[in-house]
Structures are given as C-alpha cells and as structure tokens.
Design a protein around this ligand. Structure first.
Ligand code: IPD
Length: 254
C-alpha cells in the first residue's frame, strides 16, 4: 500500500461514508419515481433508473469538491479504467432491480483503490440505514461494530451466496455452475446486490460468495469489507469469491 498511511485510509473511509450517506438519502427519497423513470442498458433486464444516474452525479460532484482531481470509475458514466494511483470506484445503486421492485436490499457502494487494490470503502443501505466500512489493515465494521467472518471450513455446511449477470449466455453458464454446486453446500442465496452479499460474508450471515464476471464497482468496497473481516477474497474478475476461510472449489466456468 505504498504511500497510503493508515490515517490517510481512515480519511478516505470518512469521505466514502459522508458521500455514500448523502447519495443513499437521495436514492431513498427518489424511490417512488423509480418505476416511471427507468431505462435499459446491456439487455432489456439490465435496468437503470433516474435515481442511479442522479446518485452517481451526486457522488461525482461531492468527490470533485472533497478530493479534487482524483479520477472516478462509476457504473453509469464509466470513467477511468486505469489501475494506476488512487481511483474512486462507485456503484450508485447496487441492487438496482431490487430497488425497482421495492425489495429493500440495495446499497450505495464507494471504494478508494490504490493501484487497483481497495484501501478504503463504504457500503451504505438507504432502507435499513446500515453503514458497512473498511480500511485496509484497519478492520471492517457495521455501524461501528467490528465484523468477523464465519469460521466455516466444511463446504457441505456452507451457505453460499451468488449472483447472475444480465447477459443471457453468461447467466446460463453461471446457472450451470451453481447447479453443480447445489448438492455440495448447505444452501444457496441470491440476494441481488453483490456488495451486500460481500458484507453478509463479513458479518457471518453467509459463509461464502461467488460470482463469475462481477464488475469492479460491485466488489471494490464489499470485497475489502469481507477481507478485513477475515474472509479469503479472490478478486478481481472474472470470478469474485469471498469465503470464511478458503473458497469452496466451484466447477470452472463453462
Ligand atoms: C448487480 C447486483 C447483482 C449481481 C450482478 C450485478 P447492479 O449490480 O450486484 O447482485 O449479481 O452481477 O450486476 O446492476 O444492481 O448494480
């Protein structure tokens, strides 16, 4: 983590929390308009609401003010894909489909990455108000309480979270891999917001999470939160995993 002192990472966490909390409030207040202000992206099922765009704009404006000149990569507007130096990685609403339907499982995810490695992050839930945070080497927390991933070591007793791509062909391959896992684990969960699944691993609410083809903004903050809670994390893509001790061995993606 050359160049980023612990105090600096803590400051990055504070900024991620401040900005994430403001964006979460916007997202919560805009919910009643979500269904009418919706557009599609890579496929008909890959939706973006006006709130996704407004949330990302707010985050960009606030970061430009608080951290002028630092590049941002966001789900809706894109931006730098460079791994060099400090980059803010933003998912303005992770769990957009849940948001659209009113399922209260979605979050604003903001991470600071240094040379492609997450050093600070916050995942803010608009509905529950929970705030998940981590800094590299500084531990991870939910509403200020330290997190510890489960100590599960037996695959057959593991509760495994997963997610699916919006891309039809990739989704079928993911389903095939999960189908082969089903008989080997305690059970499977698909909650619809990868950042929160990774926080769930950090809290011991899930034993492991795996998804093939996850985007950088989906795992940047949650992956750090899981890691800092003691989980073994395997990212970046193509396959993102986080698990209590060591990742269960899934079949290779088809
Ligand atoms: C999606 C969610 C979902 C995961 C997908 C992501 P979005 O993010 O995190 O759980 O399975 O791969 O694309 O589109 O809601 O920001």
């Amino acid at each position: 983590m050359s160049g980023v002192l612990a105090a600096e990472s803590e400051e990055l966490v504070r900024i991620a929390v401040t900005v994430g909390t403001e964006a979460a409030e916007l997202v919560r207040n805009a919910r009643s308009h979500a269904v009418t202000q919706v557009d599609t992206k890579s496929s008909e099922t890959d939706v973006v609401t006006a709130a996704d765009r407004a949330s990302e704009q707010l985050v960009r404006d606030r970061l430009a003010h608080l951290r002028p000149g630092e590049p941002v990569l966001g789900e809706e507007e894109g931006g730098t894909d460079s791994l060099d130096g400090l980059v803010w990685v933003v998912d303005p609403i992770d769990g957009t489909v849940n948001y659209l339907y009113g399922l209260p499982f979605y979050a604003v995810s903001i991470a600071a990455q240094l040379d492609g490695v997450s050093v600070a992050g916050a995942v803010v839930e608009p509905v529950s108000g929970r705030i998940w945070t981590a800094s590299r080497g500084g531990g991870s927390f939910c509403d200020g309480r330290p997190l510890r991933a489960a100590a599960t070591t037996r695959l057959e007793l593991s509760l495994l979270g997963t997610g699916f791509s919006y891309d039809h062909a990739r989704r079928l391959r993911q389903a095939d891999a999960i189908n082969r896992m089903l008989g080997k684990v305690r059970d499977i969960r698909r909650c619809g917001a990868a950042s929160l699944d990774l926080c769930a691993v950090a809290a011991g609410w899930e034993d492991a999470y795996i998804e093939h083809g996850l985007h950088r903004w989906d795992w940047a903050a949650g992956g750090l939160i899981a890691e800092e809670a003691g989980a073994v994390s395997g990212s970046p893509a193509p396959t993102t995993t986080a698990s209590a001790r060591r990742p269960p061995s899934p079949p290779p993606p088809a």
